[in-house]
Ligand binder design. Structure first.
Ligand SMILES: NC(=O)c1ccc[n+]([C@@H]2O[C@H](COP(=O)([O-])OP(=O)(O)OC[C@H]3O[C@@H](n4cnc5c(N)ncnc54)[C@H](O)[C@@H]3O)[C@@H](O)[C@H]2O)c1
Length: 443
């Protein structure tokens, strides 16, 4: 079937589910699944993040993994092997995700591909009537965030962004308390991240290896020659595919900050960011950033990001500090500490640490987040990070990146719409250049 016909048919299929004019309700997801509530899942992208999501699916139970998909044949094969090990199931293998969306034996699609594929893959999944778990950041540019929200609304399907701290019981508990006034009026969230990432090896243009489909890897990104370092995490550090350290890591803690302060779109953003380490390596972005995001009502979310300096500034590699008129809270993936205004510890709660967060993540938060997604599809829960929250938090990362790309410029934002006030900035950065025929809005 031609792509255009396929998408139209799929959209019609999804629309048929909502003939009442109402979005598909949790109850109706359940009816579709059938009596045993078993959910058939496809997993896209079979490398670093894959084991954590697989562990989540195995831990949640009552699932069939019907497909694994990777454009790298070695990783796809290894992914299928891991599924066999974890669940005793033999998934079908397919390197082109678009073919999977057309299959009836898929209810939900897990997207753990590089960032430039997230929105396009998720939108095509929704158009085909599949629920979506999309890794953070959910998009490569702000327009894709908007489109994801639009398609979720159109289809009524479940779309969860992989900001798994939204499912951590300790974080959920303290955020609720902050909302009830535990630290008075919460006005500032300082999110931070440190890592000691090394030099990126020199990039060489080499023939595309026979195990890789470079055309499919690139997907919506404009075509370029294959370079040997791209497949090994380094796609993160090129604007063509990645979203820099904000999209890679700040997305988690900026989301916690925005959630705690109960703010949506800001009124301005500015950063001080630069590349201070290994200046001559191919890493194309800043490696250090201080971002300030000001919201209406005198509320601020900051990000202190150091990708290549391992000093644990706030006594932890990553986390968020929330300041209020009557006290403060330190929250990270291991729990929280609540302090009064004098800085005296009032209460501490520890949860299970999430292991291996630098590469791939995993652990209980991810399992809880995956379970929350599946239980929502079954009509027994509500998403902890629905796309309308995930996409707004991802916007914050794009704002910071765009301020940096404009020379660390202060950018004014219309807090009602989330869009930049400067038309030139909107034109240049709101969307991206897509490879012809690969635009998410090209149906
Ligand atoms: N929530 C978290 O804590 C967390 C942790 C790690 C990574 N992530 C996110 O997960 C995503 C994947 O990260 P990663 O570290 O696993 O990257 P990775 O490079 O290790 O793996 C991505 C895999 O996707 C494959 N791929 C590329 N294009 C594809 C396509 N069109 N179809 C199918 N497969 C394709 C690649 O070949 C690769 O094997 C990223 O967006 C990252 O931000 C989230």
């Amino acid at each position: 079937m031609k792509r255009r016909t396929f998408i139209q048919t799929s959209v019609a299929g999804a629309a048929a589910l909502t003939l009442s004019g109402l979005p598909l309700s949790a109850k109706s997801y359940r009816r579709i699944l059938g009596a045993n509530d078993r959910i058939r899942c496809a997993m896209l992208g079979c490398y670093r993040r894959f084991p954590a999501l697989l562990e989540g699916l195995a831990g949640a139970g009552n699932v069939d993994i019907t497909y694994v998909c990777d454009v790298d044949a070695r990783r796809q094969e290894a992914g299928a092997g891991r599924v066999k090990e974890a669940l005793g199931q033999t998934p079908k293998q397919e390197k082109d995700m678009r073919k999977i969306f057309a299959q009836p034996d898929v209810d939900a699609v897990f997207h753990a591909t590089p960032d430039h594929w997230h929105a396009l893959g998720s939108i095509r999944s929704l158009q085909a009537g599949k629920h979506v778990y999309v890794e953070k950041p959910c998009s490569h540019n702000p327009r894709e965030d908007e489109m994801l929200i639009e398609w979720q609304k159109k289809t009524g399907l479940a779309v969860q962004m992989g900001a798994q701290q939204r499912s951590a019981p300790e974080t959920r508990e303290i955020i609720q308390e902050i909302h009830k006034g535990a630290i008075g009026d919460a006005y500032l969230a300082t999110a931070f991240y440190t890592n000691s990432r090394g030099r990126v090896a020199n990039a060489n243009k080499v023939p595309v290896p026979d195990y890789l489909d470079w055309e499919l890897f690139q997907g919506p990104a404009p075509r370029t020659d294959f370079i040997d370092i791209v497949g090994d995490y380094n796609w993160h550090w090129f604007w063509r595919w990645g979203t820099a350290e904000t999209g890679n890591n700040a997305t988690h803690e900026l989301d916690v900050g925005r959630w705690a302060l109960q703010v949506k779109y800001p009124k301005e953003v500015y950063v001080n960011a630069g590349k201070y380490h290994y200046k001559d390596d191919p890493w194309a972005m800043y490696d250090t950033m201080d971002a300030t995001i000001n919201f209406p009502g005198s509320k601020t979310v900051k990000w202190d990001g150091k990708s290549r300096s391992g000093h644990p500034t706030y006594g932890s590699g990553r986390g968020t500090i929330i300041y209020g008129s009557e006290g403060s809270v330190f929250i990270n993936r291991e729990g929280y500490r609540l302090y009064d205004r004098e800085g005296k510890l009032i209460r501490e709660r520890k949860g299970g640490p999430e292991e291996g967060t630098a590469l791939g993540g995993g652990g209980s938060m991810t399992t809880l987040h995956v379970k929350n997604f599946l239980e929502t599809i079954r009509g027994r829960d509500k998403l902890n990070c629905p796309i309308e929250e995930g996409a707004v938090s991802t916007h914050l990362c794009h704002y910071a990146n765009i301020s940096y790309r404009e020379g660390n410029k202060l950018l004014a934002i219309d807090a009602a719409t989330g869009r930049f006030c400067d038309k030139k900035v909107m034109k240049k950065y709101w969307s991206r250049d897509y490879e012809k025929g690969w635009r998410p809005d090209e149906v």
